[in-house]
Design a protein around this ligand. Sequence first.
Ligand SMILES: C[S@@+](CC[C@H](N)C(=O)[O-])C[C@H]1O[C@@H](n2cnc3c(N)ncnc32)[C@H](O)[C@@H]1O
Length: 208
Amino acid sequence: MDIDQQTRWNQRYASTELIWSAGPNELFAEIAAGLAIGSALDLGCGEGRNSIWLAQQGWRVSAVDFAANGLDKGRELSSQQGLDVEWILADVSQWESDVKYDLVAVLFLHTSKREREHWLTMAVQAVQPGGYFLYIGHDPENIANGSGGPQIPDVLVKLSELEECCGNFDHIRAETFSRTLLNEEGHGGVLGGKNVALDTIFLAKRKY
Ligand SMILES: C[S@@+](CC[C@H](N)C(=O)[O-])C[C@H]1O[C@@H](n2cnc3c(N)ncnc32)[C@H](O)[C@@H]1O
């Protein structure tokens, strides 16, 4: 586990304000709205904006993050709304799921390649046949042509890496998407310069 990263995330989530938007990532909600409701795993869930939205739609959600402060916010928000989300404190570079899900979602989980080797394989294996794997993250091209997000190429996942991991899946969407940035605290508050981020989007359905 990268303790420094965990400490950094906990510090970012320590304030009472939300770092990310209260509502879900818009593209995520648009894509997930087209899927049959079932069970979902949200890896690197942060303050739980996407998990909470899924639960609001009727999904049974398990949400994993190694930042206890982020999970506490998610737990508080979900309980205020009477939503039952399973909040799991764990390091996804070591954690294993013993359950298969109809949807495994990974949003903006940018880690070292070494950590990713574990969680990406685990995430894909946690999708049950007929279920979906959905990845949204900053695209490697975002460093040169977008705004915000990590500036280290190795932590940004290429579409080709996702495609290779999902050999036994039908690939439904695999593209780079240009997103207009919201003024979220996590992006450093008010943004200057470019106000778009380039995201990698990958949606695949497990064949068997
Ligand atoms: C940019 S935030 C995205 C949060 C959420 N997916 C969203 O879209 O709002 C990245 C999250 O990944 C979590 N994270 C990073 N490395 C992790 C690890 N090894 N295990 C568990 N969570 C991790 C951080 O704590 C942080 O909450």
